[in-house]
Design a binder for this molecule. Structure first.
Ligand code: ATP
Length: 336
């Protein structure tokens, strides 16, 4: 398993998560093989390149990758990894959690974001006089992400909201048509279409109306941060970047250079690790991994019930205290 510590709070939150994974290893007789990989601003200043080929090779030959946030060079790392590894589905759940202060209760939604094209395709230029970024939407990628969203909806509350801006952008028209084509194959799923401006308004006013939101790259990037704010904190928002064979798991948040040392919430990265264990368990039909992923989730919920909160949630616990609290909970979980 490859691990990218990243920049800013990245090394702290990934180290905290590795400690938790080690506790799970012991508790559930698992054996993870972590391979630390250099990528990001640190790598750029050391080697002159944010994603060295050696790092890419280590990542692409692993089972999965756990990634911390990367700073200024995020574009050269995560955008490159998503495109080179064809991690076409970015899945970002937003759920209200026990005791966590939030502007709405009982929210449980997931943003399914197209992850390889749109405005982040990289076809762009900048001169002193003008700049442009081309928004690329293809039929193939739109159908593919729509299928992911509908499959997910079938396992949830069977409601998909297709978010776009087709009244202004032709690229969105194609995206919408593709989603509607896929929708026809899922008669049990209720589909609605929504313009992105209304979707961002509805997310704040009435987030419980959403189950699965499917959208293009940049809209998904923005709406998922908004959803994180609606349920409490970016410090509680995990994500998966999935392709057909490989998965990369990372917190939604960035490197947060403004945070004082030792105060970052490590739970978004731990929750991403939990999604990684769940995905690996399903892929390899491995029961112990499934149990470990469930135990990690229960442990996180328990510490939230006990209000072991970092400052972003209104508490005063440090990153290390939250980590120890999760490890303590894991030690009480029974391997069956
Ligand atoms: P990026 O462009 O890489 O997404 P950003 O600068 O837009 O990064 P973040 O680094 O995600 O944004 O930070 C946004 C805000 O959320 C900041 O105020 C930051 O301190 C806070 N934040 C982000 N992650 C965490 C965390 N793990 N714990 C506590 N606060 C966090």
């Amino acid at each position: 398993m490859a691990v990218i510590p990243g920049d800013g709070i990245g090394p702290e939150v990934t180290q905290a998560t590795l400690e938790v994974l080690q506790a799970l290893e012991n508790r559930f007789s698992l054996s993870f093989d972590f391979k630390n990989v250099e990528a990001g601003d640190g790598s750029k200043s050391k080697f002159g390149i944010a994603l060295p080929e050696k790092s890419y090779q280590t990542i692409s030959s692993s089972n999965a990758c756990l990634k911390g946030p990367v700073g200024e060079s995020a574009k050269q790392v995560i955008i490159a990894l998503r495109q080179r590894l064809n991690l076409y589905a970015n899945i970002r759940p937003a759920v209200t959690l026990p005791n966590v202060p939030s502007i709405h209760s009982h929210v449980d939604l997931v943003v399914v974001r197209e992850n390889t094209e749109g405005l982040y395709k990289g076809i762009e230029d900048k001169t002193p006089e003008y700049a442009f970024s081309v928004r690329v939407v293809t039929k193939e990628a739109s159908l593919r992400i729509a299928r992911v969203a509908y499959e997910m909806a079938m396992k949830r509350r069977r409601r998909v909201t297709v978010v776009h801006k087709s009244n202004v952008l032709s690229s969105c028209e194609l995206f919408s048509e593709c989603c509607m084509n896929v929708a026809r194959h899922y008669p049990k799923v209720q589909t609605e279409q929504m313009y992105v401006d209304n979707a961002s308004y509805q997310l704040v006013k009435n987030p419980r109306r959403f189950d699965v939101i499917v959208t293009t790259n940049m809209f998904g990037d923005i709406l998922s941060d908004e959803a994180a704010g609606v349920v409490g904190s970016l410090g509680l928002s995990p994500s998966m970047n999935l392709g057909d064979q490989f998965g990369l798991f990372e917190p939604v948040h960035g490197s947060a250079p403004d945070l004082p040392k030792g105060t970052a919430n490590p739970l978004a990265t731990m929750m991403s690790a939990r999604l990684m264990l769940e995905w690996l368990a399903e892929k390899h039909k491995d029961d112990a991994l499934k149990q470990a992923s469930e135990a990690l989730w229960r442990s996180i919920i328990q510490i939230l019930r006990k209000r072991v909160f970092t400052p972003d949630l209104g508490g005063s616990s440090t990153t290390a205290q939250v980590t120890q609290a999760v490890i303590q909970e894991i030690s009480t979980q029974n391997p069956s």
